[in-house]
Design a protein around this ligand. Structure first.
Ligand code: NAD
Length: 423
């Protein structure tokens, strides 16, 4: 591949980290070198300029991306991120993580990711809608219910998906509800999608605690990020009797060693937008939250928060990665050697794409499931995936990250060989 393209991809720590993990797991299972070569780079990367007429009539240009990593197992699938740090390298790394996640979870889907470099909080609703619609139009030829199915990620939500669905359907001339997942229930969304990623995180926390002979009802938990993943992880863990001692968002965190009433906090955040100043709690920084003496730490915000700089200060027994890429390779190695069980992103936060898959299936057959059905099927897949990774890690005496990657690669290798993609 062209050197400058490789240089761009490798410019980001998350991409380098993902390839390092891929190579380590590949070596562990003697992965076919041709399979490894193909998986190191995305299949297709689209960069688009998105003009938006702002409220003051000025035209502002934004840069958007859609990276399609691999479609051996099925159509490309992955979220859309609106964040100021979005760049080609990050989106490519996240698209590769989607390939590995979907393979690990045994879904018939490939991996993709997209995003726009923008701080959505600085745009009016009209500007945000224009941005989303124009972006959808630009990537339109490359997405579709049978080709590539976007979903929400950081800074996007079910409303974003509704605008994408509408734009894509307008341009097709008929309703294509299966083009995105994570959309509102009224227009083809699945029950249980909003809470799916957080619930999946909690199912893996339950399993991780079991491996240490602990129950979630006896555990105390700190959660970084109180968005779609962190808030629902808090709600679900709280409902199971866990003590949530700290949570945070971009403005900082709150702490109460006796536990925070999550139901009240959710109402508070609806009114006040952020968790800060929630009555009965003390302020804590995002950095200090990571170092609390808790049973479980769930980083559910952004990547690169647990590194060589702070890993020696992590006191949790279990780290459940709700976010993508929160722990880098150096920190992962250190924590594993110290006996901390790190449940890696492609396993811990897989609940979102599992229910996205359920949503996509429901849209194909136009038959919708009850929430209980969604939750039960999700639990089955999360428990089964955890068990597979746990068994591999025990047999090979390896950490959960390399084990998850190895289990995922075994399925991908078989599929690529069957399709004649590796010789
Ligand atoms: P979100 O935008 O709904 O929430 C992000 C949260 O993180 C917010 O509370 C925000 O205030 C906080 N945050 C942002 N910057 C921060 C910072 N610098 N320090 C501390 N907190 C900060 O996003 P989300 O959908 O909850 O995604 C969170 C993570 O989970 C991302 O890594 C995403 O890729 C991953 N993920 C999301 C899904 C999903 O279904 N939404 C699925 C799998 C993985």
């Amino acid at each position: 591949m062209e050197t400058h393209v490789m240089q761009t991809l490798q410019s980001g720590a998350l991409y380098r980290n993902t390839i390092e993990n891929l190579e380590a797991a590949g070596n562990l299972i003697n992965l076919n070198p041709n399979v490894l070569e193909r998986l190191k780079v995305p299949r297709r990367a689209l960069v688009v300029s998105v003009p938006v007429r702002m409220d003051d009539d000025r035209v502002q240009m934004f840069t958007g991306y859609r990276v399609q990593h691999n479609q051996t197992l099925g159509p490309f699938k992955g979220g859309i991120r609106f964040h100021p740090h979005v760049n080609l390298s990050e989106v490519a790394a996240l698209s590769a993580l989607m390939t590995f996640k979907n393979s690990l979870l045994n879904l018939p889907l490939g991996g993709a990711k997209g995003g726009i470099q923008v701080d959505p909080s600085t745009l009016s609703k009209t500007e945000l809608e224009s941005l989303t619609r124009r972006f959808t139009s630009e990537i339109g030829p490359f997405i579709g219910p049978d080709k590539d199915i976007p979903a929400p990620d950081v800074g996007t939500d079910s409303q974003t998906m509704a605008w994408m669905l509408d734009t894509y359907s307008m341009e097709s001339g008929y309703a294509q509800t299966g083009v995105v997942t994570g959309k509102p229930i009224e227009i083809g969304g699945s029950r249980g999608r909003d809470s799916a990623t957080g619930l999946g995180v909690v199912y893996t926390i339950e399993k991780a605690l079991q491996s240490k002979n602990m129950m979630i009802s006896d555990a105390n938990i700190a959660i970084q990020g109180f968005g779609k993943v962190g808030m629902h992880a808090a709600i679900e863990a709280y409902a199971l009797g866990a003590r949530i001692v700290a949570v945070s968002d971009v403005t900082g965190g709150i702490y109460n060693e006796r536990g925070i009433n999550i139901a009240d906090l959710v109402s508070y955040v609806k009114e006040n937008r952020f968790v800060k100043n929630f009555p009965g709690t003390a302020a804590i920084s995002n950095e200090d939250l990571l170092e609390l003496n808790v049973d479980v730490l769930a980083p559910c915000a952004l990547d690169g928060v647990i590194t060589e700089k702070n890993c020696e200060c992590i006191k949790a027994k279990i780290v459940a990665e709700g976010a993508n890429g929160p722990t880098n390779s150096v920190a992962n190695k250190y924590l594993h050697e110290k006996g901390v069980l790190v449940v890696p992103d492609i396993l811990a936060n897989g609940g979102g794409v599992v229910v996205s898959y359920f949503e996509w299936v429901q849209d194909i057959v136009w038959l919708f499931w009850k929430e209980d059905e969604v939750r039960n099927k999700l639990r089955e897949i999360m428990y089964r995936s955890f068990d597979k990774v746990w068994q591999f890690s025990q047999e090979k005496n390896k950490d959960m990250r390399i084990s998850a990657m190895a289990v995922s690669l075994q399925r991908l290798e078989t599929a690529m060989k069957l399709r004649g993609q590796a010789w």
